[in-house]
Design a protein around this ligand. Sequence first.
Ligand SMILES: O=C1CCCN[C@@H]1CCCn1cnc2ccccc2c1=O
Length: 485
Amino acid sequence: GLGLSFKKDENFGEWYSEVVVSGEMIEYYDISGCYIIRPWAMSIWEIMQTFFDAEIKKMKIKNCYFPLFVSPGVLEKEKDHIEGFAPEVAWVTKSGQSDLEVPIAIRPTSETVMYPYYSKWIRGHRDLPLKLNQWCNVVRWEFSNPTPFIRSREFLWQEGHTAFATKSEADTEVLDILELYRRIYEEFMAVPVIKGKKSELEKFAGGLYTTTVEAFVPNTGRGIQGATSHCLGQNFSNMFDITFENEKGEKAKAWQNSWAYTTRTIGVMVMVHGDDKGLVLPPKVASVQVIVIPVPYKDADTQGIFDACNATVETLSEAGIGAEADFRDNYSPGWKYSHWEMKGVPLRIEIGPKDLANNQVRAVRRDSGAKIDLPRASLVEQVKEILYKIQESLFEAAKQRRDACIQTVKTWDEFVEALGQRKMILAPWCDEVEVEKDVKARTKGEMGAAKSLCSPMEQPEIPEGTICFASGKPAKKWTYWGRSY
Ligand SMILES: O=C1CCCN[C@@H]1CCCn1cnc2ccccc2c1=O
């Protein structure tokens, strides 16, 4: 088909909606906020899942599966945890023609589903640590503008729920998992993220503290929460009576964590790397890393060209490279170039009569458009090297674009100016909830208010006497602020 009708830098929202469909990742569905995840995106989810699942297995975390349905009594057990979220809970009220005696909730998250059983299973300190994870879907009936991958009423995620005898074990795991989330973004998606801690206002209200990896979308100037790793403290073990007899024979409350990343990761990757020709997939998450296109010329040895294409796919596949050929004879080479560029395949290999004669192939990089002639003799090493370079340069380019959007400020006026320039703003803050609420109130507008994104784990030095940009009180920490998704 034809190219995109919207340009990324001119109509970002329309560009995004179009590119996920034209790139064959998403099909729109007749229920608002719900999307079909097609194989081209599902394969990315599976590549990340394979990595993350292997890593948590190394940490002795076990997979399980709890029911989708939540009984109301248990869901509403924790008032302040649920109050802000209640409007998003979807309920089953009928089966067939008849009403259910009691409506049943569909899980928006699984704390209340799982923790009554944690209480039952955890008796003594030898039952700890209990570390479970599940790969599943969750439903949150949100009403703010639905966006494929970024904000949908049903999404896929993993949710880890762990219980420990001591706080220090929980604190350690929170950061171990956060590092895995950083790796998913930076090593696989080639998207730079900032590790940090959420403010009291922005954290998960049911927990003790929330850590996060924050990404940024330069085109919209909005931060986006990439994944979260919460320490729940003993809040839920108090609520659900998850106690154990410690070594001294005393009854003690478990220390818990919960952590998740979702299919939102795919949307962030599309937003950061995509361009006006379509998706741009980092090689690490591309199921097809190399697409081989035959370029026959009149009757010049067409079979020889096809054989060379097959041999190229064979050789690359044997070396563990995701390679395919497009032999469809009802499409021209030019059409195929555009098609596979739209799908974001990192590297294209063209084989025409000249290439055949010179025993070489013509490689074309999706990210830079660079054309490179590769002798067949050293094909595998060269392709591996090029894929490695594509991965690295995508990350470096994204990091440069993101860093160009960061502005450090000291005063309110500088803050407001930077916000107007759609920046991610690093400011010294007094860390008071009322002041954060005040910043939100003072920056309200049709673009949405500014909020705190995170306080980076890597804290720059705060010179003596530094005052908070918003309140003038003594600053306690450097914090990133901005508009967000
Ligand atoms: O993030 C995570 C990581 C995985 C496990 N859950 C935590 C916290 C979820 C917070 N949350 C988010 N939306 C909700 C929507 C409806 C009901 C409850 C909730 C809710 O508790």
